[in-house]
Ligand binder design. Sequence first.
Ligand code: ZN
Length: 368
Amino acid sequence: MRPTGIHLFGLRYWSAALSADVGRSDRRLLVKYDPRDLARIFVRRPSGNFVEARYADVTLPSITLHEALTARRTLLAKGRREVDTRAIVRTAMAQRELVDAATRKTARLSPVADESSWIGRHAAFYSVPPLVMLQLACRRPPRCAADLHLSSDQEIRLAKMFATEPAAVRRMTFANVAQPSRRFIATRPTQVCTSCSPGHTEPEPILRSQLLGWRITCPLCGDPSGMPAVANSPFRQYRTAALRDEKLLDDEVERGIGTWTSPAEIARLLLMRRIPRPIPRESDLWRFRVLGAIIPDLDRVVGAQQENLPTPAKPILPLHMRPALLAGIAIVERAGPEMLRMLRGHMIGDNWVRFTDAAENIIARARR
Ligand SMILES: [Zn+2]
């Protein structure tokens, strides 16, 4: 409570019953509210009983908590430093009208096969933030496509809004991907199939398969020439093993089906730094990864291209390097736990400890 009233979610409230308490101190009060109707809140007085407080400006219409948070975020993102009740409510009403108009319009963009950006494309079409379009109550924008969690309620609402089935909405998201596998889902398209990519439309659709950070073939048409970077990869001789692991990762990430181990976790281990013997010059140390102990050409190619591989936390490699990682995973997967113990010999110091911990964890889980 401040001398000007009660401030909550950037909205200002006032109640005549509270005027006696105002100014006593700048203190925190217990407040109850209905997230569907922020026009009024209930405030506990120092005496213990609750009184109703309304917007300080009673002429403003009611908005929901979700609308208030989204509007506030939009205003702050536009660089507004002072965000008051009037600005928040007006922005929320404007966004509500845009969404209403969008749902009333018969003009719906038809989804292309395997599209993941359908809702986002509508948002751009109607010039509203995608989160408003999604009516999602998430406080932070999602970090990656996989973080978009839709409750079944939201799925139903979206399906209704776009005149489709809830299952069709779910298929466009990565909601089914388990947390550890999500590091393999990219935020932006990492590959385009030249054989079957959809024609150019504005805004351009993003396919679900373009965000799958392990793919070396197109899951839509399967044409091996669709990704020239893979066909011309310096690791194209590992194609058979790589294709086998592409399938393993597909099963694990998309369908939750595992083998004795998790290919996604093996990928992390293989991207850790190793120390080769004889120990190289300090300036060369950056290029050596565990993977190089299995795929002998790796260190040379990485060194020649001066191309630092991504960290274990984000194991999405550039397309031409992917066959090496996939083949490495396939080799470990086929060789079994003993191979992980053998690879430990390439590590020293902290990395040895971290590698050993992670590898023993994987092996212990395999036994269960
Ligand atoms: Zn294709």
